[in-house]
Every structure is written in structure tokens, then in C-alpha cells.
Design a protein. Structure first.
Lengths: 722, 113
């Protein structure tokens, strides 16, 4: 992997981490002390810091270090995560996101200032160690312990003492302890190293790929514990690591000695030899130990407890090692399942598959004309394979919508806080999958709808209480699949739309005439007209009159549709319906005269041949009686103003969009057709009733019918009739 | 490149002179273990030239230590001589000079001030 590739991976991973960080922060808001979440939060920042270090992004490391510090204290319950700190950490997250994209030398001044402000705010929460006032305190503490030193409490050694016991498999896993020692040497000076080879078995029993060595190291370095631990980050779960800071308490040495597998006396000698302990100190340790042992089992077991407590008090070592192990395992599992592929490669593949579909249709066509059975058979096998290839390559682009939904936690939180409302976001159907391109393009409209719901949908707290509702408002995001499309619902339990107000506004804006009779749903749909806003006050978030029409246009550009349901006082529901994919669909090919039209197969309910009476009936009215049901229809020949007379027979294709049904009258039904959607040029942007084109096997062009707009049109006709 | 153990003088001559060369690392650990076990099987005094050792890692260190220890146990002499630069670096890093007990020739320019 080249450096550039590695960097790309770093960016991708950091972004993932930042996203996770955001989610965790938001989750923690409702559950502030969950230790696992706090740990996960810490790890996010820790990972970013670590990888940024690899790429020498010092500015990122410097900033993340401070954040990590605060998170560490949070984890140790030295500070608590309140609303204020959450907000601060969220801003820090944003800042990190901005930092990782930039090299230090091109950092804009503005960003630098933001960083400084954040650091200043973080300092309040930060560990007291670096602050000057507290060093004094530490010094005083130190001074008081100097006296105790005479009783042998502190050792004189001014080096870090490290005890390393590598696990047997470390070599097999491709790690060489020597490398870590060399790297450790870069932190400072390796004052003394003792290599413990006591475990080395005889030649017959020795497994040359196992690691038998342990190390006792005295490191002279101006550094902190975290930096030393970082050296062993890669092997964290494959090494027993004990770190004793300079001038540790004698007691700590005693504990390490007991925790290590070697004989206590032998270890004592080693410590003596390495200069970690003076002879007097060692005597002191061993005699204390003896004293403790002779003081009886009770006392001794208590020492064990102390040891455990002490280890537990260093979550950096034990907790981190455990977590690392767990996470490593999870990561391993995940990596096996996923391959990172550049999006443009995937797009290229989909394009090729599209061409393949067209080409195979051409082959099918000519095979049918040839009438050669074996060719036809071969082609039909080919076709089914092409179909399978099409489906699985389209599936590659499917992503669950949950990730997009999660992003709105932040939006809801920020907006509701800015407005002084208490609102939570409830998500369901996060596993629902849809095309990646659709996901990307739906985010903006969704953001708008969610903001609207928070801003205008949910009432102010007082009003909610007056109405006897829970003070906390809820915005729901839901997604599910329905007949070949995905439905995304944004709803709230707020005040609902005010029908009269909308109508008044529409009349004022001359969108409707005062005497026009409109159904409730038609009135609600007015909110999607350009330049429409009913908000009493224009807030800085929404309600500037631009928006809903843009949302509608965005969604229609995706061949989707949006509708509204609302109950006064109970809330509003906006339902977006989108096609699952934008590239290739199963189509139903129909013909009118010489022209061919494709109806997306998922919208087709049934096809019927019109009887003579029905044909007569359809001349006079725009409604047809379908088994007792009234069905509005559109005669495509009339609709597209095609030349020529209708054939001897006519068929009706019943199509469905959402809950509405309509009929399309065509001359012939030509059956299923795999349709590669080719967008129409800009020239045809205003075209109604057509959403795209495709190329048939014969090389002819067929137009793809825009079902949502046709269904709408027919029901409008129906309304006009009745 | 792997590792090799070659006999430099006649098999009957005492002490036997051998030369170990190549990469003494985890990739060849099994091979090295085999080489040392067979090479030292006669359990007679011998001298191993290490000047051609290009690389040494933990696995290599362990095997060299093992060889020394086997010799001690079976009561014959095993001397490592002409340590290569790679070897010296590791011995210095791990402070193994006394564990091996061989005289080390430290090049003048590498001696710490």
C-alpha cells in the first residue's frame, strides 16, 4: 500500500470514527455514565490520534491529545458529561473533522482560532496536571512524601520501570519484541535492559516460533505513561505490561513483583541489577513481603485485593488491553466481510451492466427473428444470467439508510437546543436498504424536513403542556420497502398543519382562487408550492419561504414523490416514496401505434383487454368500471397526441402508485423488458408523464412513463369529472 | 535468503569450526532450530562464526541462547565468534553480552562516547 492509499484509508477511518463519536455523544446524553460508551468514545479519539501520528499530522495529534485527556477523565468519572460538555465535545468533533482534511501549513487562520477557543474551554475539564497552579500542589505533595521516603516508601530510581512479558504467539503474529524495544529507545534512553530467558526450554522442547523472552527495562525519558503504552499499542493484547513511573512507591514495585510469573527473589535481583531498586530498597520490599505473608492468610488475601484494585485503577493498562482485544476481534470479523471499493469503479460496473442488458436484448431479438432453436435457448440462458448479474451488481450499491438517519440525531439536538425545545428523534427501519446515490441525494431534502418538523412541527413546551402532551416532543424517522420503492417517513407529534392558514396564504399568494373548492390533501400539498411558508415567524433555521418546493423538486428529480398527512393537534407525517435504484429497472413494454412505452413493472398491477362495451364506455368518460371499482384512466394515444387510429384491440394496464390506481390504455402489450434508464436531455426537462428513455433490442428508443405523475393526472381528471 | 550452517574444517578436527549465515529470524526459525540441533549433535567443542548473519530477531536470539544453554548442559564449549553488526546491535539492545559470555569485538566507531 502506498502512502497515499494509506492516507485515504486514514481519512475514511477517521470519518467513521468521528461519526461514531457523534453518535456516542448523543447516546450518552440520555445515558451519561455508561462505561462502555465512554470507553468507546475514548477509543474513537484515541484511534484518530494514533493514526494521525503515523502521518505526522502534528496539529491533529496536539488537538486530539487534549480531547482524549478530557475523555479519559470522563472515563475515570473525575468529571461528568453534562449538556455543556457534550456540546463542547461535539464542537471538538467538528473541529477534528476539519483538521484531518488539511495539512498543518495550510490551516486557515479562522480554524486556528476556533481550535484555540476550544482548547481554552477544554482546559477547564482537563486534568489538573499541566496547569501551573496544580503542579505546585503536586510538588507539595511530593515534598510531604519525601519525608516518608526515609521510611522507605519511595524508591530513588528516576527512570520509568517497565516489565514486559510477551505472550507465546507474538512472533507468530508477525510482531518482533525487539522492534518495540528499539522504538521505546526513541522515547528516551534505555538505561538498562534485562532479558529474561528463564522460560527457555531445552532444545527438544523448544518451539522456535514461540516467544519465551521477557524484559525488564529502565527507561530514562521525559514522557508520560500513555506515550509508553502507545509504543505497545499494536501488541497490547499480546503482552503483559507493567509500567512504574519514576520514583514510584515501593509498594507498587512489590505488587509488580508479585504479579510477575518469575520467582520473587530472582525478580528482586533483576531489579537490583538494573538499578531500579537499591539494595536497601530491595531488602525493604522483601522483608515487607515476608511480613505480610507471615501476618496470615487474611492479610495476604487483602494484599491480593489491593493488587487487583490497583490494576483496576489503571484502566489504561488492563481495561484498555481487554477492550483492545475485543475490538480487535470485532474489527477482524468486520474486515473479512467488507471490501472498500471506490464509488466510481462501482458506477463504471453498473454502466457496463447496463450496456450488457441492452446488448443481450438485441441478441434476444435477433435470435427470435432467426428462429434457430439452439440459439434461442442459448440466448435465454444468457438473459437469465445477465439478469442475475444485474441484480447482484445493483445490490452492491445498496446501503442501509440507518447511517443517514443517525446523522439527524445531531441535527435534531442542535436545532432543538437553539430553539429551546426538548425534542428527541426516534428512528425505525434503519436497516432498510437503498441505492447509495439515492441516499446521498436524499440527505439534503431530509435535513430540511427534519428541521421543519423540529422548528414548525413541534410546539413550544408551554403550548404542549397546555395541550396536555408530553413536554418532550418526538420526531420520527421511519423507512420501509413497498412495491419496489422505498418509503421514508418524517413525522412529528406536534401541532399539525393548519388547513385554514394554508388556504388563506395560498389565496393571498394567488396560488388558488378564493372560490376554488379544495380537498384537505390538496390544501396540504400547497405547502410544496414555490414561495410558500406559513411560519408565523421567520426563524434563522427555516421558514424563509424557500424549501418545501425545493424538497419536492429534489425528490421528483429522483423519480420519487412526497405527500403529507396531518391531523390538527396530533402531528404531521411527510411520506417520501423513492425508487430503489436509479439505473436499471424491470419494465413492462407496451406499444401504441409505432411507439413503445415502458411502465416500471413494480407499478403494474394487472393488464386486461378492453371489451367492446368497455371501449365504447371509455370513449365517453374518463372512468372505467373494473369489477365494480371505479378506475380513472388515461388513453396514451390521446395523451401523447399520437397519429393514427386505434387498433382493433385495446388493452388497459392498471398501474399503482402508493394507494392510488389508474389505468393506461395502450394498443399492444409486449411483456417484460429489462430497462436501462437513460436520462432525457435537458431539453426535455419540462416534459410531463415521461421520466426517461431506454434503448430496445431493436435499437429503437422507448420512453419510460412517469407513473407518479400519470396517476396524479388521472385522479385529477377523475376529480374534475365528478 | 534463508540461513545456513556450514562446517568449515574436517569433521574430525577439534574444535569443530562452523559458520552460521543468513537471516536468523522468525521466517526461518524452524529451519534454524533444525540446523542447530543437528549441527551441535556431536556434543563436542565447537566455534561458530557469525560474521555472515545479516539479521536477528527475537526468535533468532532465543535459538542462539538455547544453543549456548545446551552446550553448558552437555558440558562442551560453544563459542560464538566474529559477531556481525546486526548481531551486535541486538546484543547491545537486549544487554545479552553476559548471557552469551563470548568476547565481543565492538567496532571503534560504534563505541558509545
Amino acid at each position: 500500500m502506498s502512502m497515499d492509499d494509506a492516507r485515504q484509508t486514514f481519512y475514511a477511518e477517521s470519518r467513521e470514527m468521528l461519526e461514531e463519536m457523534e453518535n456516542l455523544l448523543l447516546e450518552l446524553e440520555s445515558l451519561p455514565d455508561d462505561p462502555q460508551q465512554l470507553d468507546a468514545l475514548f477509543r474513537c479519539v484515541h484511534t484518530i490520534k494514533g493514526s494521525a501520528g503515523l502521518f505526522a499530522l502534528d496539529h491533529v495529534v496536539a488537538f486530539t491529545h487534549v480531547v482524549e485527556d478530557v475523555l479519559d477523565r470522563l472515563r475515570d468519572h473525575l468529571i461528568i458529561l453534562d449538556r455543556e460538555l457534550t456540546a463542547l465535545l461535539l464542537s471538538c468533533r467538528d473541529h477534528i473533522a476539519a483538521l484531518i482534511e488539511l495539512d498543518e501549513d495550510i490551516l486557515p487562520e479562522e480554524l486556528r482560532r476556533v481550535g484555540e477557543v476550544l482548547l481554552k474551554s477544554l482546559a477547564v475539564y482537563q486534568s489538573s496536571l499541566p496547569a501551573s497552579a496544580t503542579t505546585l500542589e503536586a510538588d507539595m505533595e511530593h515534598g510531604s512524601t519525601v519525608e516518608q521516603c526515609q521510611t522507605g516508601d519511595l524508591v530513588e530510581n528516576d527512570c520509568w520501570h517497565l516489565s514486559l512479558r510477551f505472550h507465546a504467539d507474538v512472533l507468530r503474529n508477525g510482531m518482533d519484541p525487539l522492534g518495540f524495544l528499539r522504538y521505546l529507545g526513541k522515547l528516551g534512553t534505555l538505561r538498562y535492559v534485562v532479558t529474561l530467558s528463564d522460560d527457555l526450554p531445552t532444545a527438544e522442547d523448544l518451539d522456535p516460533e514461540r516467544c519465551y523472552l521477557g524484559f525488564e527495562i529502565d527507561l530514562e525519558a521525559e514522557t508520560d505513561k500513555a506515550a509508553i503504552e502507545d509504543v505497545f499499542d499494536l501488541v497490547r493484547d499480546e503482552v503483559e505490561l507493567f509500567i512504574l513511573p519514576p520514583r514510584s512507591e515501593l509498594e507498587r514495585y512489590l505488587q509488580v513483583i508479585e504479579a510477575l510469573p518469575e520467582e520473587d527473589v530472582r525478580l528482586g535481583e533483576i531489579l537490583l541489577k538494573s538499578g531500579a531498586l537499591t539494595a536497601k530498597e530491595l531488602d525493604n520490599v522483601l522483608s515487607r513481603q515476608d511480613a505480610k505473608r507471615s501476618a496470615g492468610d487474611k492479610e495476604y488475601s487483602r494484599l491480593g485485593e489491593v493488587l487487583i484494585e490497583d490494576l483496576a485503577a489503571q484502566p489504561e493498562v488492563v481495561g484498555a488491553a481487554l477492550d483492545k482485544q475485543q475490538k480487535g476481534r470485532q474489527n477482524g470479523a468486520r474486515k473479512e466481510q467488507h471490501v472498500r471499493v471506490a464509488a466510481d469503479r462501482l458506477d463504471a460496473l453498473i454502466n457496463l451492466v447496463g450496456e450488457l442488458v441492452i446488448a443481450s436484448a438485441a441478441a434476444d431479438n435477433s435470435a427470435k427473428q432467426n428462429g434457430d432453436t439452439s440459439t434461442q435457448e442459448a440466448v435465454s440462458t444468457l438473459l437469465s444470467l445477465v439478469e442475475a448479474v444485474r441484480d447482484s451488481s445493483l445490490e452492491l450499491r445498496m446501503v442501509p439508510i440507518g447511517e443517514t438517519f443517525q446523522r439527524f440525531q445531531r441535527v435534531v439536538r442542535d436545532v432543538s437546543q437553539a430553539l429551546g425545545k426538548d425534542i428527541r428523534l426516534q428512528i425505525s427501519g434503519a436497516d432498510t436498504e437503498l441505492d447509495k446515490t439515492v441516499v446521498e441525494r436524499i440527505t439534503d431534502p431530509l435535513t430540511h424536513l427534519v428541521r421543519n418538523a423540529v422548528d414548525h412541527g413541534i410546539e413550544a413546551v408551554e403550548l404542549r403542556k397546555q395541550r396536555g402532551k408530553d413536554a418532550q416532543g418526538t420526531v420520527y424517522l421511519n423507512a420501509y420497502h413497498e412495491t419496489g420503492s422505498i418509503v421514508i417517513e418524517v413525522s412529528d407529534d406536534g401541532g399539525g398543519l393548519d388547513k385554514d392558514k394554508i388556504l388563506a396564504k395560498a389565496i393571498q399568494r394567488e396560488l388558488v382562487k378564493p372560490d376554488q373548492e379544495l380537498s384537505q390533501s390538496e390544501i396540504f400539498k400547497l405547502i410544496f408550492e414555490a414561495g410558500f411558508s406559513t411560519a408565523d415567524a421567520v426563524s434563522n433555521l427555516s421558514g424563509r419561504g424557500v424549501g418545501m418546493d425545493v424538497v419536492r423538486r429534489n425528490i421528483e428529480a429522483l423519480r420519487g414523490s412526497i405527500d403529507v398527512e396531518s391531523n390538527p393537534g396530533a402531528g404531521t407525517l411527510l411520506r417520501i416514496r423513492l425508487p430503489l435504484t436509479l439505473a436499471i429497472i424491470d419494465g413492462f413494454l407496451t406499444g401504441v401505434g409505432t411507439a413503445s412505452y415502458v411502465v416500471p413493472l413494480e407499478n403494474v398491477v394487472e393488464c386486461l383487454e378492453l371489451s367492446a362495451e368497455q371501449r365504447q364506455e371509455s370513449r365517453d368518460r374518463n372512468l372505467i368500471n373494473l369489477r365494480g371499482e371505479v378506475l380513472p384512466f388515461i388513453r396514451l394515444r390521446d395523451y401523447f397526441d399520437l397519429q393514427g387510429e386505434a387498433g382493433r384491440r385495446e388493452n388497459i394496464v392498471v398501474i399503482k402508485h402508493g394507494a392510488q390506481k389508474a389505468g393506461l390504455i395502450v394498443d399492444v402489450l409486449m411483456g417484460e423488458h429489462q430497462t436501462v434508464i437513460k436520462p432525457l436531455g435537458r431539453l426535455f426537462n419540462g416534459l410531463k408523464g415521461i421520466s426517461g428513455s431506454t434503448i430496445l433490442g431493436t435499437g429503437e428508443v422507448a420512453l419510460i412513463l412517469d407513473v407518479p405523475s400519470l396517476v396524479q393526472q388521472s385522479s385529477r381528471q377523475e376529480a374534475a369529472c365528478t | 535468503m534463508s540461513c545456513e550452517l556450514t562446517l568449515l574444517n574436517d569433521p574430525d578436527q577439534q574444535p569443530r569450526k562452523l559458520a552460521l549465515s543468513g537471516e536468523l529470524c522468525i521466517f526461518h526459525a524452524l529451519q534454524l532450530h533444525q540446523l542447530l540441533s543437528t549441527g551441535l549433535a556431536p556434543k563436542t567443542d565447537c566455534e561458530i562464526d557469525l560474521s555472515q548473519v545479516s539479521e536477528l530477531d527475537t526468535a533468532g536470539v532465543q535459538l542462539l541462547l538455547m544453543a549456548k544453554r545446551e552446550a553448558e548442559k552437555a558440558n562442551y564449549r560453544l563459542d560464538f565468534i566474529h559477531h556481525s553488526a546486526a548481531l551486535l546491535e541486538v546484543i547491545e539492545l537486549l544487554n545479552l553480552g553476559s548471557d552469551f559470555g563470548d568476547p565481543l569485538l565492538i567496532p571503534a566507531e560504534r563505541r558509545s562516547p
